[in-house]
Design a protein around this ligand. Structure first.
Ligand code: GDP
Length: 457
């Protein structure tokens, strides 16, 4: 666990990695974890639930001469590493984004794609500082890496053809960032990473450019955490639910990222739930065991407490009604009612305007539900009901009550149709749309509406 006592008031920054599917998010996280471990130090990384903590010493070892560790008073970086969870970039923490900083991965050959655009919209709306990882440079024909050198050296050492191909692709990305309203440049030309987006060419497979990325992330975090973050690392814990999961022997649990304060076993907590906030008491705080122990023993290890920033699994009664994306608050030194009101107020901030008639919207987290609602408002599609969770029989029943035929539809973002809802859907006059890209989902729905209208004429 990160020793947050010697970090003054700076806690470990929370980093999200986002980008279009197949652009290399998983590979980049694997590479960062793998090279941290091969740095060989004890405690090179600490595996959390849904996150990996890399301490400053390890980062500085990985970045070689690019980083002078004495320039930093951050304990390290906590990477949220559940990219299967596409929408974790939309996760919130007290009005802002859960992630303090983000890495936007863009395939250098493929440029901006729908999920890249969506990620950019979210980063803009939440004001999250970010760096662009222009990934897969090694796929450029004739790529000639300079082992162990900063990526700028490798770019300079390319054959003319490879250099011009790379430059063309990199400037395409810089241009697309500019179209999106961000001034951006190759990272070694950027003076102030808060004003300009640094683009780091890299390869998540060969690892070139990864030290450069870590260097830029450390620099950006250091400034951001110092200037923007008022954090009480020793106070009552606050976090956000990543996922609600049934765990054998524990019942319903919540995978939580703690972004502030300390959470202790036995603490009373308030968690955002489907209808009302849930007030419960922590029965166990669980962390993954080291990989080599998992084969012989149980998957988790019980811990007495965790301090921000950390990912932890919380086991407690009544968590089956918890919502992914909802706030988690420890009740300490103040009345529980006050905390319940705070959680309610935080949930109320997530604005979804509903109408008398409209479509049913389901999404995997509160943040993605909000992103869906924003996109639907722009597309002028009214919403009858919006909820977090997989598509259940009740949703189909609600969709059927829509007045206009074209509104008898369910739009599901990153969610599944529950097995017990399948027959219900077959027998109902309701159209189901699901996708992992908001823009695609809405486009599919609009095409359906147009076809329906044309058929009626
Ligand atoms: P994600 O969907 O964004 O998590 O993407 P993945 O990490 O799963 O990568 C998608 C595919 O691209 C996989 O087959 C990776 O091996 C490949 N890939 C990712 N990064 C690189 C890279 O830097 N170079 C090369 N050559 N392939 C890569």
């Amino acid at each position: 666990m990160t020793d947050h006592t010697n970090a003054d008031t700076l806690r470990t920054p929370i980093v999200a990695v986002l980008g279009h599917v197949d652009h290399g998010k998983t590979s980049l996280l694997d590479k960062i974890r793998g090279s941290a471990v091969s740095e060989g130090e004890a405690g090179a990384i600490t595996q959390h639930i849904g996150a990996t903590d890399i301490p400053l010493d390890t980062i500085s070892g990985m970045a070689g001469e690019l980083i002078d560790p004495t320039d930093f008073d951050l304990p390290g970086l906590l990477f949220i590493d559940t990219p299967g969870h596409h929408s974790f970039s939309t996760l919130r923490a007290r009005g802002g984004a859960l992630a303090d900083i983000a890495v936007l991965v863009v395939d250098v050959n493929d440029g901006f794609q729908p999920q890249t655009e969506e990620a950019i919209d979210i980063l803009r709306r939440t004001g999250t500082p970010f760096v662009v990882a222009a990934n897969k440079v090694d796929t450029t024909p004739g790529w000639n890496p300079q082992d162990g050198e900063p990526i700028q050296k490798s770019l300079e050492a390319q054959s003319e053809r490879a250099e011009s191909m790379l430059n063309e692709n990199l400037y395409e990305i810089i241009g697309q960032l500019s179209d999106a309203g961000f001034s951006a440049d190759l990272y070694w030309r950027v003076q102030d990473f808060q004003k300009n987006i640094g683009v780091v060419p890299l390869s998540a497979i060969t690892g070139e450019g990864v030290p450069d990325l870590l260097t830029v992330l450390m620099g950006l975090s250091q400034r951001f955490m110092k200037e923007e973050m008022a954090i009480d690392v020793f106070g009552a814990g606050e976090g956000t639910v990543l996922e609600v999961k049934d765990e054998r022997g524990f019942g319903a649990t919540i995978d939580t990222v703690v972004y502030d304060g300390v959470v202790r076993n036995g603490d009373q907590i308030v968690v955002g739930g489907q209808e009302e906030p849930i007030v419960t008491e922590i029965r166990a705080l669980l962390q993954p065991r080291p990989l080599e122990e998992i084969r012989t023993e149980k998957k988790f290890e019980k811990v007495a407490e965790v301090g921000a920033a950390a990912g932890v699994k919380i086991a407690a009664p009544d968590l089956d009604r918890a919502m992914a994306g909802a706030p988690v608050r420890v009740v300490r030194d103040r009345p529980v009612e006050e905390v319940v009101e705070e959680v309610k107020a935080e949930l109320a901030e997530i604005e979804v305007d509903t109408a008398e008639d409209g479509v049913v919207v389901k999404a995997d987290t509160l943040g993605s539900l909000e992103a869906m609602a924003n996109a639907l408002r722009e597309a002028e599609v009214p919403i009858l009901r919006a909820e977090v969770g997989d598509i259940a029989p009740r949703d189909i029943a609600v969709a059927e009550t829509a007045n206009q035929d074209e509104h008898k539809a369910i739009l599901g973002f990153n969610v599944d149709l529950l097995a017990n809802a399948e027959t219900e859907l077959e027998n109902a006059d309701v159209k189901l749309f699901t996708d992992e890209v908001i823009y695609q989902l809405i486009e599919d729905y609009e095409t359906y509406v147009e076809e329906k209208q044309r058929a009626q004429q």
